[in-house]
Design a protein around this ligand. Structure first.
Ligand code: FPP
Length: 248
């Protein structure tokens, strides 16, 4: 029994929570600091969110850490983010492993600096047998690119005769996405008061509940995650059916 179920008596913790971490730059501004200061503090929120997710019994946690569009930011910020990623992984990997975290990435990580690719690959390999939770970092991620890439692969396999057009279903299509083997998120949280998906998990979000909080990412704590889950628990997920058809 995890502590969340104990304290609110409800038994509907989402299996997969995905978070668009937003507001690091604006939070840093409120502190009179530069944007990297915000990202550095954002790492503390990542740490607490992963730990809280394990405590709450969430099985998959996806964090949108770097989009394909983020390369357009000033070089100093991009370089700082990459360094932060490497240092956070090397500082946290042992504790993550001990907590049973299995580490994965989605996105085209081959375009990241070699030091990042190496440390990510090492973390993936080191934690591959863990089962408490799967932590998925979306890095150099674009959902449109992901869908396009899947379509290209499918067309190529059809042309080679490996795959037949008649066999293509939604289930088969989803196996060509970066998230193959990962269930779709049931809850997507975005911090900082913005109300959009920003090219994040567009296919996988088909039936996700969306929760928006005004809290900037560096201030996101366990209580905010719990509030999002409570919000989720009060939604009626109808999947196209009527309320009357839904058996609680
Ligand atoms: C969004 O805030 C945040 C990011 C683009 C980067 C997120 C990165 C971290 C939290 C640190 C490293 C991550 C890990 C997983 C160790 P923003 O910069 O877009 O904020 P703004 O909208 O206020 O400008």
């Amino acid at each position: 029994m995890n502590d969340f179920r104990e304290f609110n008596g409800l038994n509907k913790v989402p299996q997969h929570v995905a978070i668009i971490m937003d507001g690091n730059g604006r939070w840093a501004k409120t502190q009179g600091k530069d944007r990297l200061y915000g990202h550095t503090h954002g790492v503390e929120s990542v740490r607490e969110t992963v730990k809280s997710s394990v405590d709450l019994g969430i099985k998959y946690l996806t964090l949108y850490a770097f989009s394909t569009e983020n390369w357009l930011r000033p070089k100093e910020e991009v370089d700082g983010l990459m360094e932060l990623l490497v240092s956070a992984i090397s500082e946290e990997i042992k504790a993550l492993h001990e907590s049973g975290v299995r580490f994965k990435t989605i996105g085209d990580i081959t375009k990241l600096p070699p030091s990042c690719v190496d440390s990510l690959q090492e973390a993936v390999d080191f934690t591959s047998k863990n089962e408490a939770i799967t932590l998925i970092l979306a890095l150099n991620y674009s959902s449109q690119e992901e869908i396009l890439h899947a379509a290209q692969q499918i067309i190529s396999e059809i042309n080679q005769g490996v795959l037949q057009e008649k066999d293509l279903t939604k289930e088969l299509f989803s196996r060509y996405l970066y998230t193959d083997g990962i269930p779709d998120p049931e809850l997507i949280i975005r911090t900082s008061g913005e109300h959009r998906l920003s090219n994040f998990m567009l296919w996988q979000a088909a039936y996700a509940e969306l929760h928006f909080t005004p809290v900037f990412w560096p201030e996101f704590r366990k209580k905010h995650l719990v509030a999002a889950i409570e919000d989720f628990q009060h939604r009626q997920r109808r999947f196209g059916k009527t309320s009357e058809q839904i058996v609680v």
